[in-house]
Ligand binder design. Structure first.
Ligand SMILES: Cc1cc2ncn([C@H]3O[C@H](COP(=O)(O)O)[C@@H](O)[C@H]3O)c2cc1C
Ligand SMILES: O=C(O)c1cccnc1
Length: 341
């Protein structure tokens, strides 16, 4: 039967959230047991030990490994960028997509450093989403379709998914979505993005407040927050996170913008992000607040505020090392090293 394009798609998303698989507890147990026998004082590898267990439990592998890691960058343009909320013009989104293809961006070099695959998905860059101060960014069918498109990032037998974005104006969008989900005003969630000065940041906060006022009364449903205040790259990231969960692919999320996209799923059900790590703490000031609101602790803190997946891709190197440490180290028995006396 044909479904109404306007009403049903979000119900399909909600149905997926109800069907999410959990981690492989047998693999987790095996990893914990082996961890205790490796040639090191118990717990001495700190969070690296947790990462090995997290990776293997979601992959369903008692010997976790990263063989096909993929960085997926979703690129979108935003109607609200016309309101002067970024230090750079919207044309930079397309220009950076071309730079990614040519290998000239920061993310390209990190992918080389850590041997990560890279795919860039551009999302109708010539058709910016609606200006959120006067209309919804997307209609429901468009938002759900973009989420479905994002799910394609999980194809091809990948075993670690690293999610990033490109879209001039999208730190405004991330702030609006964060306020829509967790409350507060523009000034609570705003930051310099690509480099606004104080006056620019005040203007950006006022624009976000306009958007929040325009959509007030319609923000009770996280998916409505996504379609009204969000954008295509955020919808695609949310879809990719959900699809990865259905296929038990572990995910590393990048900074403020990617985290805001994932927060939509968190608000639907906090356990939706159990297969995700947060790669780094962005220097965009509200990122820490957003992570804290979800009880998440990022892996790295390098003072970065670039986006395009860079913080998450650096963290993928740490996750790869965690797998190699767990699987490659000798046990006390194998190495003939005396245990704790
Ligand atoms: C050259 C350049 C490369 C980038 N790579 C990521 N972003 C980042 O900056 C944008 C968000 O900041 P705002 O909200 O202030 O526009 C996004 O495109 C994000 O990925 C870039 C921005 C620029 C200018
Ligand atoms: O943390 C991010 O995602 C971020 C910060 C600044 C600019 N673009 C993205």
């Amino acid at each position: 039967m044909l479904r109404s394009a306007s009403a049903l798609p979000f119900d399909d998303i909600r149905a997926l959230v109800g069907e999410m698989p959990g981690p492989d507890e047998t693999a987790a147990l095996a990893i914990r047991a082996r961890e205790a026998q490796l040639t090191k004082p118990a717990g001495s590898l700190g969070r690296m030990e947790e990462l090995a267990e997290w990776l293997g439990a979601w992959q369903g592998r008692s010997m976790p490994s990263v063989n096909r890691p993929l960085v997926a960058i979703f690129a979108g343009n935003h109607g609200v960028a016309a309101r002067g909320v970024s230090a750079f013009p919207p044309a930079v989104t397309q220009q950076m997509v071309e730079n990614f293809a040519a290998g000239g961006a920061a993310i390209n070099q990190i992918c080389i450093a850590h041997d990560l695959g890279l795919k860039v998905f551009d999302l109708a860059l010539d058709i910016p989403t609606g200006d959120i101060t006067v209309e919804a960014a997307l209609d429901e069918a468009g938002c759900a379709a973009t989420m479905a498109f994002g799910m394609e990032a999980t194809a091809g037998g990948i075993d670690l998914l690293i999610l990033g974005e490109m879209g001039i104006g999208n730190t405004t969008i991330a702030a609006a979505v964060s306020a829509g989900l967790f409350g507060g005003t523009g000034s609570d969630w705003v930051g310099p993005g690509t480099g606004l000065d104080d006056a620019g940041i005040r203007h950006k906060a006022a624009v976000i407040d306009e958007a929040l006022a325009h959509h007030a009364g319609h923000l009770g449903d996280p998916l409505e927050v996504l379609r009204r205040l969000g954008g295509r790259e955020l919808a695609a990231i949310a879809g990719a996170v959900l699809a990865a969960r259905m296929s038990r692919i572990p995910v590393i999320l990048d900074g403020y913008v990617a985290t805001a996209a994932a927060a939509v799923l968190y608000k639907l059900d906090p356990s939706t992000l159990d297969h995700c790590q947060f790669g780094h703490l962005s220097a965009e000031p509200a990122h820490g607040k957003l992570l804290a609101a979800m009880g998440k602790t990022p892996l790295l803190d390098l003072g970065m505020r670039l986006g395009e997946g860079t913080g998450a891709a650096l963290a993928a190197g740490v996750v790869k090392a965690a797998a190699l440490i767990h699987t490659g180290m000798a046990t006390f028995a194998q190495a003939g090293v005396a245990g704790k006396s």
